[in-house]
Design a protein around this ligand. Structure first.
Ligand code: BG6
Length: 491
């Protein structure tokens, strides 16, 4: 029962939640920059001004009315604009990663740092050189970069000029961006993920959408374009450097039936097909699965598929499968009043599990189940690229030092690492683990800083007050022992 010798241990962040520096060195805006902070119960929203200057707030996914322009309003706080200042502090942060013993680091490239509006023909050199310095520094510390090409930050310019992913022009813009990355960072980066949690386009409809057929039509069409864009990127990436290993990234929750009522079993299975398998099947097998017809039919979806798309999907299958895992979810056809949330899910409460400060089910056995079923299905190497506990942390002063005692986070991670170990013992080819938010960062869902995931505490609150100084939590030293013992010392 041991992790393979070359197992990759690291941590993960995304550009939009970590970097800040939203207007520096030629970077263009993305939607996240104009999204306010929220809480578990208060939604985040986007802000803009109407043509006559009237300030407005809208839903996170809303399109702007004709003539309106994106705007930061003085009474609002926009946590992603500064985030945790990773743009300026990355080189110091790499020292912390190295101290923990990271052998890999999952990060994303901000598309709009390289292509400020997304439509430029040539990239912004300052953006290109910035990430080159980051990759060189990682390599100098023997840390393998694992790079996500799109992590929820499509340039706002592309929404404005083309209307977003529903327009197939986005495919070419994305492939141009990816081609630039593959060419510029050849030899520096070998592990790439095309699109983060690609399946969220569908999960979001359940989670916060209106459930209408129109929403499904939009989501499936956008997804089709993203599948083709991803498959083309895979082909280009392989052609530029045959050493490149390019993966998909799926938001993954173990999905259980609430009862043994056959209707619940089927509903849970269908939910799993829609939320997890649909995207993984296309990206790993290179074709739409049989049940896709049922899924489209349920919502009268008419997919526009252009000549050559199916060939691209078949030619651009991924080399490995990656997923995020935070919680499991319970599906039922029966009426339940006690519902709970999770990472882009909502379902019935599971009486066998405990829940995090943010109400997400903590379920390490679910991770083992995921690993075993996903590997059995796909038979390609697997990497867990997000996992972790978003929790409240308290800073205490001891012996003149700031300390953060976070046994709850250590317990969560230990149990998930043990689940990984069991899955490996059962034959799963798990090659790496990058817990989410190795350093505290802005929550994607709520925009909060106080929902902390990190091994490293960042002094920043939900109103933008704080020094941004970094402090090692107890979990920092725990993870260091875990890595240096290759997963043996988990006490
Ligand atoms: C995943 C995303 O959905 O979950 C991350 O890829 C996100 O960007 C993470 O931060 C945790 O979610 P949250 O809402 O707690 O930040």
């Amino acid at each position: 029962m041991a992790f393979p010798k070359d197992f990759m241990w690291g941590g993960a962040v995304s550009a939009g939640q970590y970097e800040g520096g939203w207007q520096e060195d030629g970077r263009g805006p993305c939607r996240m920059d104009y999204t306010t902070g929220g809480t578990r119960t208060k939604a985040r929203y986007v802000t803009y001004e109407l043509a006559d200057g009237t300030p407005m707030k809208g839903g996170r996914e809303d399109r702007l009315p004709q003539g309106a322009r994106w705007a930061s309003l003085p009474e609002c706080y926009y946590p992603n604009q500064v985030a945790v200042d990773g743009y300026h502090r990355i080189f110091d942060d790499i020292e912390l990663m190295a101290q923990m013993g990271f052998t890999c680091y999952r990060m994303s490239i901000g598309w709009s740092r390289l292509f400020p509006t997304g439509t430029e023909r040539t990239p912004n050199r300052e953006g290109v050189e910035y990430y080159r310095r980051v990759f060189e520094c990682l390599r100098a510390h023997n840390i393998e970069p694992v790079v996500t090409l799109l992590h929820f930050d499509t340039p706002l310019g592309l929404e404005e000029s083309c209307g977003g992913w529903e327009n197939r022009e986005l495919i070419d813009h994305f492939v141009r961006f990816c081609t630039t990355c593959f060419m510029e960072y050849k030899g520096l980066v070998r592990y790439w993920l095309t699109i983060n949690e690609i399946n969220n386009l569908l999960s979001l409809i359940d989670f916060m959408g209106d459930g209408s057929d129109t929403s499904y039509q939009h989501a499936y069409q956008q997804l089709h374009h993203q599948f083709v864009a991803s498959a083309k990127a895979v082909q280009v990436g392989h052609a530029i450097d045959s050493a490149n290993r390019i993966g998909c990234m799926i938001a993954s929750a173990a999905t259980y039936p609430h009862t043994c009522d056959p209707a619940d079993i089927l509903a849970a299975d269908h939910k799993r097909q829609e939320n997890a398998y649909y995207c993984g099947d296309v990206q790993v097998f290179g074709r739409y699965p049989t049940y896709a017809r049922r899924l489209w039919g349920e919502h009268d979806v008419e997919l526009a598929i252009a000549d050559g798309d199916m060939d691209d999907l078949a030619a651009g299958t991924v080399d490995f499968y990656t997923f995020s895992y935070y919680n499991s979810n319970v599906v039922t056809t029966h009426k339940v009043t006690d519902t709970v949330g999770g990472n882009f899910q909502v379902g019935a409460r599971n009486e066998y599990l405990t829940y995090s400060d943010w109400g997400w089910a903590m379920d390490p056995t679910g991770l083992q189940w995921q690993l075993e079923t996903l590997y059995d299905r796909y038979q390609v190497p697997i990497m867990i690229v997000e996992n972790g506990l978003g929790a409240f942390d308290e800073v205490v002063e001891e012996d003149g030092e700031k300390r953060i005692h976070d046994p709850y986070r250590i317990d969560y991670l230990r149990e998930h690492v043990q689940a990984m170990e069991r899955a490996i013992a059962n034959g799963v080819d798990l090659v790496g683990y990058t817990p989410w938010g190795w350093i505290d960062l802005v929550s994607m869902g709520t925009g909060e800083m106080r929902k902390r995931y990190g091994f490293v505490y960042v002094d920043m609150d939900d109103e933008g007050r704080g020094t941004l100084d970094r402090y090692r939590k107890d979990s920092f030293w725990w993870y260091q022992r875990c890595i240096t013992s290759n997963g043996k010392e988990l006490g």
